[in-house]
Design a protein around this ligand. Structure first.
Ligand SMILES: [Zn+2]
Length: 139
């Protein structure tokens, strides 16, 4: 089941359930959809009305701010952990990763930066990197 917010030609908004997205198109093409307020048959999908969120907006904002602070703290802790347990490789990180990957005796943990392309190449070789958001401690 999928819920759509619909809007008629007279700007009435209402919600309706469909078994899937094709069903909406099918009913619309057959003109079987109509506005629950004015029976207008010109119905379109609408984006979620912001009105719905207004009543709890303040609440949402402080909650998401708290969540953000918590996530940021976690990321800073993660960064600290990586910095104290992993060796930072400033240059040629992908080469260093390969060296360690192919040398079974060397089990060093390292971290550094890669580009999207380098990461893709490493992945093709079977080397999966864990990528973490690198957050500045200040600000
Ligand atoms: Zn209407």
């Amino acid at each position: 089941m999928i819920k759509y917010n619909l809007i008629c030609a007279n700007k009435h908004e209402f919600e309706s359930w469909f078994s899937n997205s094709k069903e909406f198109d099918k009913l619309k093409n057959k003109k079987l959809l109509e506005c629950i307020y004015c029976s207008n048959k010109k119905i379109d999908k609408s984006i979620m009305s912001p009105k719905v969120l207004n009543s709890s907006k303040a609440e949402l904002d402080s909650k998401s701010l708290d969540d953000f602070k918590k996530i940021k703290k976690d990321l800073i802790n993660l960064r600290k952990f990586v910095e104290s347990n992993f060796e930072y490789v400033e240059k040629n990180f992908p080469e260093k990763v390969r060296e360690i990957y192919y040398d079974k005796n060397d089990k060093k943990n390292i971290f550094g930066k890669t580009t999207e392309k380098e990461r893709e190449e490493l992945r093709e070789e079977g080397i999966d990197l864990v990528s973490i958001p690198w957050i500045e401690k200040e600000n």
